[in-house]
Design a protein around this ligand. Structure first.
Ligand SMILES: C[S@@+](CC[C@H](N)C(=O)[O-])C[C@H]1O[C@@H](n2cnc3c(N)ncnc32)[C@H](O)[C@@H]1O
Length: 280
């Protein structure tokens, strides 16, 4: 969720200072996550206190780094409110318990998760790679449960803390998901299964795992492949070519931009139907 900031900061910051502030901040559960410009470092506690006036906000945390490392986590500094980084985020019918610093979670991907969940058909066998605290598999499982349709979901996560929260979120949401702790390449090969749909939400490095996904997809199965790009059509063609390089024929079903990553660079998802098994 994004909320307008400037209205709340008028008493603390002058017009020039307000211009330095981002227009909005993220809210995960009851924690607001905000970028404080370096010029306003001295006023960060006052800014934090003002943000506590927003409805439902109990903690204000300032970004103290970028998403980094294998676990894609980010350092945060609490600048106002309660001294905790754990919260429960509610999204549609689902609830996700998570620590905003120890695991990756983006509320901005909510609509993209809905887009994927809507495509799932009854009796599919699905693999969610890079599952984090479980927002993709939990939403898919919950959507299918509400429709009273059967589905079989496997979800793999490397970060032990993310895995722990995913297991907890499966319980919280009363859904059935086979949660697996470990590396996608190792665990997918150990499973030795074929899937109708594979979700690959690791935009920075998905290319390293495409061959693993292709080896585990059923004929006519669908791969949702994420990446960062300034041109989604070129991006989709490159992924299709990469599939051909591995011996698979892929049809591009849809390519969507699902969030800004930087100036002119989007997070992009290409949905690919994998049409034939590899050449010998
Ligand atoms: C960008 S986050 C996405 C998390 C989640 N799908 C979401 O949308 O909130 C990528 C996740 O992949 C996990 N990850 C990175 N490398 C991995 C690997 N080799 N095997 C399994 N998980 C991995 C990270 O720990 C992180 O939780």
């Amino acid at each position: 969720m994004k909320q307008s900031l400037k209205l709340f900061l008028g008493e603390i910051l002058n017009n020039d200072e307000i211009k330095l502030m981002p227009r909005a901040f993220d809210v995960i559960g009851d924690i607001a996550i905000i970028e404080i410009p370096s010029e306003l470092e001295a006023k960060k506690k006052e800014i934090g206190k003002a943000i506590l006036n927003f409805k439902h906000i109990k903690v204000v945390a300032a970004k103290a780094g970028i998403f980094e490392g294998e676990y894609r986590t980010r350092k945060l500094e609490i600048i106002a409110g309660e001294d905790r980084k754990e919260t429960i985020h509610k999204e549609i019918e689902c609830r996700y318990l998570l620590n905003v610093e120890e695991v990756y979670f983006s509320e901005r991907l909510g609509n993209e998760r809905i887009r994927i969940a809507r495509q799932v058909k009854e009796n599919e066998k699905i693999l969610v790679m890079f599952a984090g605290v479980g927002p993709y598999p939990v939403l898919i499982a919950k959507t299918m449960k509400m429709k009273k349709e059967n589905v079989e979901i496997y979800a793999i996560e490397l970060n032990p803390v993310g895995y722990k929260y995913m297991v907890e979120n499966v319980r919280l949401n009363k859904v059935n998901i086979k949660c697996i702790s470990g590396d996608v390449k190792v665990e997918t090969s150990k499973l030795g299964l074929k899937f109708d749909r594979i979700v690959m939400p690791l935009p920075k490095d998905a290319g390293n795992f495409l061959e693993t996904a292709l080896n585990a997809i059923n004929e006519n199965g669908i791969i949702h492949y994420y990446g960062f790009s300034d041109n989604k059509e070129i991006f989709a063609e490159e992924v299709k070519k990469q599939c051909e390089y591995y011996g698979y024929n892929a049809e591009i079903l849809e390519t969507v931009a699902c969030g800004a990553f930087g100036p002119r660079v989007d997070r992009v998802c290409v949905d690919l139907k994998i049409k034939n098994l590899p050449r010998a």
